[in-house]
Design a protein. Structure first.
Length: 301
């Protein structure tokens, strides 16, 4: 079921796409009969994260921008198990079905990118092409957390986000203060985006729901003082991605180190990397024109 809604605090119209009991808010740009692209955002963002890029592609493509479950105007199930990978993959499948085509281009950043990797590996028949922005393949990410000291240090925030009280800690000074801590130093973000993000974080239950993605994740982060072994699920190359993949990487990312690209050929044999020396984890905000141009070329070879 799809229900048209009016504009919300993000000043953009959206629809609800139903996936069982969960409603996903979806914003669309471009003609519905054009080739579709599904854009998946990360933490702590919302459906507007990819909008600057989607606007540049909307004349040629049908751009689908959802609030993932727990975020923005989408539903926020209470149980941590509702945010397990298997549940999240059903959301992506529902969004692909909403596009009305058998296969679709899928783009993802941060958590949305990790989910896109997972979906492309599990459901290659539904993915035409894969576009990733600063999001490691989950198996390679788990390996690097274990065997690369710098990546393990950088990943300790996952443990913090899993602890009781993490929501209160993030919002201890209010949503505007959280914005200032996270994004104010990056000139790529605009005043309008600040308003949108704060509105999204202030929705009752939103931040707690967003953090359940971390609590439900199978990714294990050992502390920095112990030896550790790679988790069995991450050592078997069971998530090989055979669809063509375009990967954008800001090399100044302090969350996902460039070493996360190591071994990528073994797990995504048909890929190419477009890196930016001056790009950070926020590459989709910093380089919208460059990413849009590269995506257009990738989808129109």
């Amino acid at each position: 079921m799809v229900v048209t809604q009016h504009a919300d605090a993000f000043a953009s119209a959206y629809q609800f796409v139903q996936n069982g009991p969960v409603r996903l808010a979806v914003e669309t740009l471009g003609p519905p009969d054009a080739p579709p692209i599904l854009f998946l955002h990360g933490f702590p963002e919302h459906r507007g994260a990819w909008r600057a890029i989607a606007r540049r592609l909307a004349k040629e493509f049908y751009c689908i921008l959802p609030d993932l479950r727990g975020y923005g105007a989408s539903d926020k199930p209470e149980d941590v198990s509702d945010y397990a990978v298997a549940a999240l993959l059903t959301d992506v499948e529902a969004l692909v079905n909403f596009a009305g085509t058998g296969r679709i281009a899928v783009a993802g950043h941060d958590w949305g990118g990790i989910l896109a990797w997972w979906f492309a590996a599990r459901f290659p028949e539904r993915v035409e092409r894969l576009i990733i922005a600063n999001a490691p393949h989950p198996e390679l990410f788990q390996r690097r957390i274990v065997d690369d000291p710098a990546q393990r240090v950088a990943s300790q925030y996952l443990t913090k986000f899993r602890k009781a009280g993490a929501c209160d800690e993030l919002l201890k000074d209010g949503a505007p203060a959280l914005w200032d801590r996270l994004f104010a130093s990056n000139a790529a973000y605009t005043a309008d985006q600040r308003t949108e993000y704060i509105a999204a974080w202030e929705i009752p239950g939103a931040m707690a729901a967003m953090l359940k993605w971390y609590q439900a994740s199978p990714i294990v982060v050992p502390n920095t003082t112990i030896s550790a072994e790679i988790q069995g699920w991450a050592g078997a190359d069971s998530l090989i991605v055979h669809v063509p993949a375009l990967i954008f990487w800001g090399l100044k990312d302090s969350v996902f180190m460039p070493i996360c690209l190591n071994e990528l050929q073994t797990i995504a044999p048909d890929h190419k990397v477009h890196s930016f020396e001056d790009g950070s984890h926020a590459i989709i905000h910093e380089k919208p024109l460059e990413l849009a141009q590269a995506i257009r070329s990738f989808l129109n070879p």
